[in-house]
Design a protein. Structure first.
Length: 307
């Protein structure tokens, strides 16, 4: 059973562990808001969940709301796809119903339908590859890799709990039951709803495709804004360690996919990290040669940034 209407309900303590067991990655959200508690929350979109941390967080912040990270879905530790959401922001009931009809006609029905404000809804689906985020002029938004969907808690505008369709929610149904949408089907849907599927994407938290090599933003402790991670993290069998991915296999070339955003810049290679410099121009930092004084810094010299 889903929780009753109670603004002080321990949402995280009661449901986060079950959400993780069902293959989703829960994100801690400050109670009564849509804001993640932690700045580096986007790690949940790519890294495996930590059951011990989830339980420990519930002891300190049990009333946190629960977001669902749009990223890797797992079944028993195995990556089974990427979660993405179709989010309707239409307040007009006629428009909301029409957008719902188009979504079902193109992507099919899904067990997971979440409701917040009247006439607004979110439908969850699964893709074999990462999906970019995009907002269309038809009040329909795609929430892809690097975003999150509020799943459980109190809506900040209505002061009422979020609700799910009677067919189930991430507490009751596994992520493996999400419909798997083929890339060509999703691309046709994006074009129909007015998404500029071939245009460069300017949202920094979403997946990028750089010169045929996919990378994702690296936003972990000590990282600089705009630093990019090799595509090893985007592969189904990618390195589970965030830090190890920077020293892992070379970036993995992908087949062109028009609904993954195209952004012209340098390709990320092994032992090389692309860093955005002033004005958006890429800079590169080379690994110092072993046994040489290259890269050495005097004790009085100020650091210029680091990993």
């Amino acid at each position: 059973m889903l929780p009753c209407d109670n603004s002080r309900r321990p949402w995280w303590r009661d449901f986060a562990a079950t959400v993780a067991q069902n293959g989703f990655s829960p994100v801690a959200i400050l109670p009564g808001t849509k804001r993640p508690r932690f700045e580096k929350w986007a790690v949940a979109c790519y890294a495996p969940t930590n059951s011990g941390w989830i339980v420990g967080h519930g002891r300190k912040h049990g009333t946190d709301s629960i977001g669902l990270a749009c990223g890797r879905l797992r079944d028993g530790g195995e990556v089974i796809g990427w979660l993405f959401a179709v989010d309707c922001d239409a307040d007009d009931p006629t428009l909301s119903a029409e957008l719902d009809r188009i979504t079902i006609a193109r992507l099919g029905e899904t067990t997971f339908v979440r409701f917040g404000r009247p006439n607004r809804w979110v439908r969850l689906y699964r893709s074999p590859i990462p999906v970019r985020s995009d907002k269309t002029l038809r009040q329909l938004e795609i929430l892809g890799a690097g975003r999150q969907v509020l799943g459980f808690g109190i809506h900040p505008d209505t002061a009422e709990p979020y609700s799910w369709s009677p067919d189930g929610s991430p507490v009751e149904v596994k992520g493996s039951d999400l419909p798997l949408i083929a890339p060509d089907v999703l691309l046709a849907f994006l074009r129909e709803i007015g998404s500029e599927a071939d245009a460069p994407h300017n949202r920094p938290n979403c997946g990028r495709r750089l010169s045929g090599v996919a990378v994702i933003p690296l936003r972990v402790q000590g990282a600089l804004n705009g630093r990019l991670m090799p595509a090893a993290m985007l592969s189904m069998g990618g390195t589970p360690s965030w830090r190890g991915a920077l020293r892992g296999p070379a970036a993995i070339p992908l087949q062109p996919s028009t609904f993954l955003p195209s952004t012209p810049t340098s390709t990320v290679r092994n032992e090389m990290v692309a860093i955005r410099g002033p004005g958006g121009t890429p800079r590169r930092r080379r690994k110092p040669l072993s046994g040489s004084s290259a890269g050495a810094r005097s004790p009085t010299e100020k650091p210029r940034g680091g990993l």
